[in-house]
Design a protein around this ligand. Sequence first.
Ligand code: PGA
Length: 253
Amino acid sequence: MKIVAGNWKMYKTIDEAQTYVRQIAALGAPQKAGVQAILFPNYVALGALSGSGLVPPWLSLGAQDVAGEAEGAFTGEVSPAMIVSAGARYALVGHSERRHIIGESDDLVRRKLVNCLRGSITPVLCVGETIEERRAGTMKSVIFRQLDAALADLTLTADQHLLVAYEPVWAIGTGENATPEQIEEAHNLIRQHLASCLGDSTGRAIPLLYGGSVKPFNFASIVSLPSVDGGLIGGASLKPDNFWELLQIAGGC
Ligand code: PGA
């Protein structure tokens, strides 16, 4: 099963989001049943979409972020229960724009991840190194630090799920892709480390997504790599026909 996840970032008003979903629903379900489509709109559009009756059954929704607490005096934060009530089954956790622009710490990312698991949300844990870290030869230690901080001493129960997205920061929104060799290397390291953090069978079952300048023209060569279970796609998910094309490409693998 391949997963195609669209991260809309801070784009789309409610009207624009509804128009998009109307258009993609009109294109019909992805050809192959083995493709899981997920969209991550902003909170406002998320709530409006799930209440609109426009979202086709083959398209799941997720939130781009979530609070590290269940409820309380945390102005501006949105809890797992709130995003569930707005139709989300997934939440991005630790996206590089939140780590590097907003300044989220590894500790906060962990609290968000644990909060998702307690709140019946599947977290999509994003990890990845900056260009400076890659040049300094610390890609592996950065990714392992991010995984350890988020997952150490965690046990997933049978009904708790997790996805991990490898997104090299230098490839996000830059038009620059990691090479197939770089993706395979990072994914294999992540896979091994997940097994050591969470146990062999759990670690092996966690889907690994690649993200960073994925486009329809380069997706086939990425999503067909043995270590890649799907893509987390920003810019190319903003137009329904591009997202649709990505779904078809994943279905062809
Ligand atoms: P991009 O974004 O596809 O625009 O590079 C990916 C992401 O931020 O998840």
